[in-house]
Design a protein around this ligand. Structure first.
Ligand code: HDE
Length: 694
């Protein structure tokens, strides 16, 4: 048999070094053992006689089973569930005025990146759409070494000091006796911790808001959370807050929909990212920076070293300095997404840390956790973690060492290796830590500048639209309603919610059946709302990569369906025809339309909008079908755009829905309807129709 050599190694010159060790597509190759010996059979073990015992000398059996037995590595202790993609980052213009970081100087240069998005609480097999913070970790493979910006989709965090992180995570994770519940904060221990830890108040507002149920990883903002430092070529430092602004805008699911998707398609976000990239639609964000003078660290009424606070964009604008494009899916999930090891301590010259006590604890944790997760100290040599900058040092040995060190001297200083590798001066690119002046007494305690926990929680609440505020109130009522201990529910209302806003406390208290106590009096400062914290207003309507279902049964009007479909696809949407069965669906006007999904195997919740095709016979079938009625009803309930062409409106009637109103588009002219439908989808959701609760 001819053996063809057909490599499918992704083409990316800058990443060649990283991809060393890439195993070619085995097409045309013989099966071998790990030692390279060709294998004659992999379906039968070696036995003494047809019905005899298995022989220990079967080296292929032993190796195959041994490798299988050890396929799993420990999942991440937090952020276990994730998805990732490759791409690049390019700065718009030189940022030499702020930093000497090489990758932020040249607008013609692309820096390769790998990004991993994640949920925090759930284990590796949990659902994507749970209510949770999302991790947003970016590894920049710069020519000066790797820079990791390990952020979240929320700009603040639960706690101010890293020493409380194990407590927070233990409280969030399933109960140690029952291992229940999975991937949720809706349980006693989390809310018990919150009620006893007022510094969580601001983050709790974020986690109970629509930000914790994103529509897509591609439609989330990202934040570095901590304040970092940028250092310019003269050694001058400025404080910086990093932001990622998605070019598709920030959008969320609705809670009921998120819960349904968790069952119907637990891989929803992973699939969404994969499919968008696979279909040639890169995911894009602009990198934003808020630059603050060193002297202004305490100027804004809070401490910039406190990660439970944000700096409103209206006070210090976010400068958009460059663009990140994710355009290549991983070749192997385990080798790349699982084995990627981010470390907040991975910085390059021109970027430095601050004394944020949360940040400082993270500097230890990320390096340390990989020892267990990736089985030893050599994880930086895994292809996905390897820098494109050359590595020369005296670190060696340990489990899983890949590099074969050449040279005679393995210590420094040395003369027998001519003193190499030698430290570099800052002028030669050597990393120089910022020479911050530090003086103080050793203390275990919080700075008085960290004491105000409620002003910004209230600011966040006041910045939400009425619909977002209602969602937040519902989310709190849902979560606290799941707490079995009444004293926990009551303490959250009294200590946290009353301190933030008595009206919020009263609304939640009513829903969860506890009396409202007296306001604890928190000395909250007046703070203007920050409109940038609301995502309700769609600033730049787009339908690109939105998923649209067209419902059609035998006897539909094929031509008008095709026309609307073509218009939606021209706008970049991905359209799927859903019918009573998969395959060719005969049209009334001749021809067939191909149904790629059936009402049995796809739910409405995985679509952004729904259209019902024209055609009397088709609509008669759909109107008599419970699943079709439920499909449009749910779409209506979740405030999605609905369109019905001609007779299609009868399905809306059969489902008990109005044929006009916000985001409902009906009519007989396909071209005109398609145009209005596109505009409606661009609005994301039509909240005016949201069901009212008593
Ligand atoms: Fe993490 N965090 N974290 N974290 N974190 C980890 O590192 C930790 C925090 C974040 O996709 C772990 O490699 C401590 C804030 C992301 O691989 C671990 C503290 C923010 C990811 C760890 C924090 C994050 C992690 C688990 C409090 C937003 C996923 C596995 C001091 C700015 C990275 C690992 C990926 C992962 C520790 C708080 C973001 C245990 C001790 C704040 C996006 O090292």
């Amino acid at each position: 048999m001819p053996v063809s050599r057909k490599p499918v190694r992704p083409k990316s010159d800058a990443k060649e070094a990283q991809l060393e060790g890439f195993r070619e597509d085995p097409t045309g190759q013989f099966l071998t053992t790990d030692q390279g010996v060709r294998v004659a059979s992999t379906d039968d073990s070696l036995r003494a006689g047809d019905r005899g015992p298995t022989l220990l000398e079967d080296f292929h059996l032993r190796e195959k089973i041994m490798r299988f037995d050890h396929e799993r590595i420990p999942e991440r202790v937090v952020h276990a569930r994730g998805a990732g993609a490759h791409g690049h980052f390019q700065v718009y213009e030189s940022l030499a005025r702020y930093t000497s970081a090489g990758f932020l100087q040249d607008p013609t240069k692309q820096t390769p990146v790998f990004v991993r998005f994640s949920t925090v609480v759930g284990s590796r097999g949990s659902a994507d759409t749970v209510r949770d913070v999302r991790g947003f970790a970016v590894k920049f493979y710069t020519e000066q070494g790797n820079f990791d910006l390990v952020g979240n989709n929320m700009p603040v965090f639960f706690i101010q000091d890293g020493i409380k992180f194990p407590d927070l995570v233990h409280a969030l994770k399933p109960n140690p006796r029952k291992e229940i519940p999975q991937a949720q904060s809706a349980h006693d221990s989390f809310w018990d911790f919150v009620s006893l830890t007022p510094e969580t108040a601001h983050m709790v507002m974020w986690v109970m808001s629509d930000r914790s149920i994103p529509r897509s990883y591609r439609m989330m903002e990202g934040f570095g959370v901590h304040t970092f430092r940028l250092i310019d070529a003269e050694g001058v430092a400025r404080l910086v807050k990093f932001h990622w602004k998605p070019l598709l805008g920030a959008h969320s699911l609705v809670w009921e929909e998120a819960q349904q998707i968790a069952g119907k398609d637990p891989d929803y976000h992973r699939r969404d990212l994969w499919e968008a990239i696979e279909s040639g639609n890169p995911a894009e964000w602009e990198l934003g920076m808020q630059i603050i003078a060193e002297a202004d660290a305490l100027k804004y009424g809070f401490d910039l070293l406190d990660s439970t606070k944000l700096l409103p964009e209206e006070i210090v604008p976010v400068e958009r300095v460059g663009k990140m494009t994710l355009n290549r899916n991983p070749v192997n999930f385990f080798a790349e997404v699982e084995q990627v090891a981010f470390c907040i301590g991975n910085v390059v010259p021109g970027i430095d840390f601050t004394n944020d006590p949360l940040l400082q604890a993270r500097l230890f944790s990320y390096l340390d956790t990989q020892l267990t997760r990736l089985g030893g100290p050599n994880f930086a040599e895994l292809p996905i973690n390897r820098p494109i900058a050359p590595v020369h040092n005296h670190q060696h040995d340990g489990f899983g060492r890949h590099t074969i060190n050449a040279g005679t001297a393995n210590y420094s200083p040395n003369s027998i290796g001519d003193g190499f590798p030698k430290p570099a001066t800052p002028a030669q690119g050597g990393y120089a830590h910022y020479a911050e002046r530090v003086a103080g007494h050793v203390v275990r305690g919080r700075s008085p500048s960290f004491q105000d926990h409620f002003t910004q929680a209230r600011m966040f609440l006041d910045s939400q639209s009425p619909v977002e505020r209602a969602h937040l109130t519902d989310a709190l009522s849902f979560e606290l309603g799941k707490c079995e201990r009444e004293e926990v529910r009551k303490r959250v209302v009294d200590v946290i919610l009353m301190a933030i806003d008595p009206r919020l406390a009263a609304d939640v208290a009513k829903a969860i059946g506890v009396p409202v106590g007296k306001s604890p009096g928190t000395g909250m400062k007046a703070q203007k709302p920050s409109p940038a914290l609301s995502i309700a207003m769609v600033k730049d309507p787009k339908i690109v990569t939105r998923k649209i279902a067209i419902l059609a049964a035998p006897g539909h009007h094929g031509q008008s369906l095709a026309l609307v479909k073509a218009t939606l696809e021209k706008g970049g949407a991905s359209v799927e025809v859903v019918s009573t069965a998969l395959g060719d669906v005969p049209a009334a006007d001749g021809g067939v339309t191909r149904a790629v999904r059936s009402l049995l195997n796809t739910p409405s919740v995985v679509y952004d909008a729904i259209m019902v095709a024209d055609g009397d016979a088709s609509v008669a079938v759909l109107a008599a079908d419970d699943d079709a009625c439920r499909f449009v009803k749910e779409g209506f309930r979740h405030c999605k755009s609905l369109a019905a062409l001609g007779a299609g409106a009868r399905l809306l009637q059969a489902a008990g829905l109005p044929s006009e109103g916000a985001g409902i588009v009906t009519g007989t002219a396909a071209g005109e309807l398609a145009k209005r439908f596109v505009e409606a989808i661009g609005q994301h959701r039509h909240w005016a129709r949201e069901r009212k609760r008593s």
